[in-house]
Design a protein around this ligand. Sequence first.
Ligand code: ADP
Ligand code: MG
Length: 323
Amino acid sequence: ESTIDKIAAGEVIERPSSVVKELVENAIDAGATAVTAEIKDGGISLIRITDNGEGIAKDQISTAFLRHATSKITKVEDLLSVSSLGFRGEALSSIAAVCQVEVITKTAGTLLGTRYRIEGGQEILTEEIGAPDGTTFLVNNIFYNTPARKKFLKSAMTEAGYISELMERMALSHPEIAFKFINNRQTRLHTSGNHNLKDIIYGIYGRDIAANLLPVKAEGAFGRLEGFVGKPVISRGNRNFENYFVNGRYVKSKIITKAIEDAYKTFMMQHKYPFTALHFTIPGDLLDVNVHPTKLELRFSNQEEIYQIVYDTVRQALSSREL
Ligand code: ADP
Ligand code: MG
């Protein structure tokens, strides 16, 4: 593996949760309706992501692991204007540069699938193998060839916690996909893919939260907003429960956060933060993004409108019920 590959890998792959994020996003892009993520030792020794998506054709696999030369700006624009979650071909090459990777994949039209192995960017094996339609990525021993980076990982428990949070956000952002998360052989999360956001909230946060939700819905020139906000009684001391998703992505937006919190102001004590799970569908040309591969801070070209819609919609949900 070349030094440049290892450096490039560092931008995308910071820790096991980055690997899981990239592979799960690829599974979503591949049209999977079921995605399972299994880890051991916080993902440090093993990450296995299985999907039932379109698979990768045998003659495309080695290409998929090549690093593409696209400028970041192009990527960023594509990122939100197109429905794809992909970051233009950096993920697989980055993962393969710093991990031992095995892929088993099969497309629907073919009899046999392919097993492919790559370590430190070096292809090790390609063979035909019986497999179900879809793709399984097995990623072993992250940073096995960059011990200095491995040293910066946290405990297996902490790393597993990051992955768990990530999988929860994935499940919340895609109610139409059945997600499973298994940590050290124990199933930690299992959603049905039945489109029901409330079921997912129940599965993740439990009854106390799920029983105290107010539905939210708005539609207009800005796009669509749908989901749930928590009654003020389930407010928290931090923002960790303020979830919102734009076009199927977990994002951050100062405007949305402010609109939500302003709407709650007269209903809640200071330094308390609400529970929300809101899905926005917004035309890509109204979005701009100040981006780092691992964190998305969104901007809207129609800021005031978005603020007002979120504020009014949340406010209405809060005022129209007995709290
Ligand atoms: P990107 O997602 O930006 O295209 P990646 O490096 O993440 O770049 O993936 C490279 C390519 O490998 C994808 O464009 C896709 O064609 C293929 N691929 C990766 N993961 C999967 C998967 N789970 N199912 C089908 N194809 C996949
Ligand atoms: Mg990708």
